[in-house]
Ligand binder design. Structure first.
Ligand code: FMN
Length: 409
């Protein structure tokens, strides 16, 4: 009788997506307190289909038990190199394509050693081999702010960047440069595997709802959650773009995938765009839900009780302004249509394009927009390019790819 033992880590594999299926992530863990996040990180990567093998330094073992990483990944972590020449087996040329060395968290010590070619721990030896074999390396530094400012650390990071190593910006908090949140690491991992077709090209995403004040307390806004904008920004980042976000009110914080500038009123957004004039954006995606009307605002707080009549004027059309400010950008407008007549949606989308206000229109029927999923039809000058349906990140990725295919990226 053969008994097949399945480790619990196998049971969660691919439970969220298959975006990392067939990919191996060598998770190098060093002696930073951020190591305590590695169980959650490893399991999240596995849920997206990855194979994860932990490699740990002696100092990391003081902070996080290797048994915890065995549990998290379903594989015994590498804590010592031996006759199996694990560093060559897992980080050599043959593995370079389907694998990634993710050093997270990375101490100042380990970063310094990799930059100077020292390899006296399992993690630094993996890095030495990976740098020679062409395996991509992604590093998430985590340390006290003073350590991160140390000119030697700054120089080491700059030098490794020159060698093609990618870095994840730490999360600044309480005077420390902390381990980034798991989603941010996941997005960087996806970006590292995609090889970034849009590499280094700038893209702007304008997302969220605007808020127009009625008085100093109350606002007129709308029900947009900003989720589509968030997923578009992530998809652009994963494709390698340098993303800038202009961010209105959303139900969740903006994804940490680029420079973020907040706005509330349409007029505030216009001022920000005017300041950006001259910047070269290859794409501008505008899934923002902006007010069409602006109320006459009053000082103080309007007393409650009785009746309130609001006088509202038409808001300026931001889409028209984008064309003037960024003449070479490919503009992707978003149009949500009520009712259930798809021909109305098509007519409205094509009108935007014919009037020259947008190069592409991503249109949907309000009834197709759910909390986690959506259905979007993408139009350009020759008509519909395709419809994309499913969870919002997948739809956003398909949209970004379709636009890149037509406009280049
Ligand atoms: C509890 C604790 C937390 C530490 N956190 C960090 C940290 O966040 N970043 C860092 O660079 N060093 C940190 N250190 C210091 C490193 O562990 C030390 O530099 C060690 O030599 C790193 O070895 P490694 O890079 O081989 O893991 C910490 C040390 C201790 C005891």
């Amino acid at each position: 009788m053969v008994i097949h033992m399945v480790h619990p880590a196998e049971r969660i594999k691919g439970s969220k997506s298959n975006l990392l299926e067939g990919k191996r992530i060598i998770l190098g863990i060093t002696g930073s307190i951020g190591a305590v996040e590695c169980v959650r990180l490893a399991r999240e990567l596995i849920r997206h289909g990855a194979d994860v093998i932990a490699v740990m330094t002696e100092s990391a073992k003081e902070i996080l038990s290797p048994e915890s990483m065995f549990f998290a990944t379903g594989k015994p972590p590498i804590t010592k190199l031996g006759g199996g020449v694990e560093h060559v087996t897992f980080a050599g040329e043959e593995e370079a394509e389907k694998s990634l060395l993710l050093i997270a968290p990375a101490t100042a010590n380990t970063i310094g050693k990799i930059a100077t070619g020292i390899d006296d721990t399992p993690v630094t030896t993996f890095a030495t081999v990976a740098l020679g074999s062409g395996m991509p390396i992604l590093i998430a530094p985590a340390m006290h702010a003073a350590m991160y400012r140390n000119p030697a650390v700054v120089k080491n990071i700059e030098y490794l960047k020159e060698l093609g190593v990618e870095f994840i910006q730490p999360r600044e908090e309480e005077g420390k440069e902390k381990f980034p949140d798991v989603e941010t690491v996941f997005l960087h991992v996806l970006r590292a595997f995609r090889g970034g077709q849009g590499s280094g090209v700038a893209a702007l995403v304008i997302g969220g709802a605007s808020e127009e004040p009625i008085d100093e307390m109350r606002v007129v806004s709308n029900r947009s959650t900003g989720k589509t904008a968030s997923e578009i920004a992530k998809a652009l980042f994963v494709e390698g773009f340098e993303v800038a976000l202009l961010w209105g009110r959303t139900t969740t914080p903006p994804p940490k995938v680029g420079e973020i500038t907040g706005f509330r009123r349409v007029e505030e957004l216009i001022k920000l765009l005017e300041k950006m004039k001259g910047r070269e954006f290859h794409f501008i995606f505008m899934p923002a839900a902006l007010s069409d009307f602006i109320p006459e605002s009053r000082e103080g707080k309007i007393p409650s009780g009785g009746e309130l009549l609001l006088r509202m004027r038409s808001a300026p059309k931001v889409l028209n302004l984008l064309r003037d400010l960024f003449p070479s950008a490919h503009i992707v407008a978003f149009k949500a249509v009520g009712g259930d007549d798809r021909r109305v949606m098509e007519r409205k989308a094509m009108r935007y394009i014919k009037e020259g206000r947008a190069d592409f229109v991503a249109a949907n029927m309000l009834k197709d927009v759910k909390e986690e999923s959506t259905r979007i039809t993408l139009y350009w000058r020759d008509g519909a390019l395709g419809s994309f349906e499913g969870d919002k990140f997948r739809v956003a990725t398909a949209l970004v790819k379709a636009v890149m295919e037509k406009a280049g990226g």
